[in-house]
Design a protein around this ligand. Structure first.
Ligand code: HEC
Ligand code: HEC
Length: 292
């Protein structure tokens, strides 16, 4: 009888724990696999550019820039080659400050600026908890990333909305909720004016023009992709587009003229966005001052 009860209790605790933990991991899964598109950088692709499903988050793209050569490393819970031995606080610090823990590979060395910590700084504490809960739940994969090479000090361009920060109370305003999603989705990192490795968020927010080199392994002669102007300008930007047209571009990668958008625009991830989130993103984009 006692045994039965103990088992019962354990079972009940198990259910209780799962009920408590699940929503956080679910919210984390949603953020990571839609708006934040972590896998776009951190997951490996096969020779055809398709994601290798059972190796998700085990290491992905290599970025070769004048300031650094860095590969998005394994962020699965593998203890030796991933982040399984990091504490929650250490994972959060990597996300919002771009700092590695004081132990393990490259202890205490800041992460290259390509890891968008200047945007993730805006994450609400509960969203950070959710992301950590989800990362802990993904399948551990053994895979060692190549060490980075740094040619200069890590420098991240402060993103005004992330510097100001967000609070849940602001989210009764769809435009503010949209601004939060656009911040943690680091949309404006790609879509703002860019020169000599510096993003101009102050006078070039959403103006487009940044050129992305073709993906490694692309056929010879593949041109790079230029990020579009997504300000409210009616000719250069998306000011004259309908909500449906903007939504189709974000979630299905189809431009207003029917052309398919090229990488790194992460529409495959954004396809999973909830309708309300998408509507708020569009509401915010409509307020981005027009620039030609
Ligand atoms: C634009 C590409 C990009 C995106 C998007 C991105 N990362 Fe990263 N991340 C990197 C790169 C590159 C590094 C390694 C930088 C270095 O070695 O200096 C990195 C490093 C990390 C690290 C440190 C790992 C280690 O072993 O040092 C963690 C943790 C991490 N990213 C988690 C995430 C999560 C979670 C997300 C989504 C919320 C995310 N990243 C989105 C490119 C990206
Ligand atoms: C990693 C870089 C990157 C990120 C992050 C990114 N985009 Fe893009 N986006 C691009 C590029 C590059 C294009 C142009 C692709 C092409 O022309 O083939 C594009 C195209 C678009 C277009 C189509 C505009 C047009 O005139 O055709 C819209 C709308 C858009 N992005 C919105 C967004 C939003 C909203 C987000 C955040 C949720 C976002 N993008 C995040 C790189 C990015």
């Amino acid at each position: 009888m006692f045994r039965f009860c103990a088992a019962c209790c354990l079972w009940l605790f198990g259910v209780f724990d799962a009920a408590k933990a699940e929503p956080a991991a679910e919210r984390g899964a949603y953020l990571v696999n839609t708006i934040m598109a972590c896998g776009n950088c951190h997951s490996p692709r096969d020779a055809n550019g398709q994601m290798i499903k059972d190796k998700a988050f085990s290491g992905g793209l290599t970025f070769n820039t004048p300031a650094f050569v860095a590969t998005a490393p394994n962020i699965t819970p593998d203890r030796e080659t991933g982040i399984g031995s990091w504490s929650d606080a250490e994972i959060k610090r990597a996300l919002v400050e771009g700092m590695r823990p004081d132990h393990g590979r490259l202890a205490g060395v800041p992460l290259a600026a390509i890891m968008p910590a200047n945007f993730y700084k805006a994450l609400l504490p509960e969203d950070l908890d959710a992301i950590v809960a989800y990362l802990r739940s993904v399948k551990p994969v053994r895979s060692e990333a190549a060490d980075p090479v740094y040619k200069g000090a890590a420098r991240r361009d402060p993103y005004p909305d992330a510097e100001t920060g967000f609070g849940k109370a602001m989210f009764t305003d769809p435009v503010k909720r949209g601004a939060y999603l656009v911040t943690i989705g680091h949309c404006m990192e790609c879509h703002s004016a860019w020169s000599k490795g510096v993003s101009d968020f102050k006078t070039g927010l959403g103006k487009g023009g940044r050129v992305f080199p073709p993906r490694e392994g692309s056929p010879e002669g593949t041109p790079g992709t230029t990020a579009a102007n997504i300000t409210s300008d009616r000719t250069a930007g998306i000011g004259a587009w309908t909500d449906r047209e903007i939504s189709r571009a974000i979630t299905h990668g189809v431009a207003r003229d029917g052309r398919m958008l090229k990488p790194p625009m992460a529409y495959g991830y954004y396809a999973g966005l909830k309708e309300t989130d998408l509507a708020d993103i569009i509401a915010y984009l409509r307020t981005v001052p027009a620039l030609q």
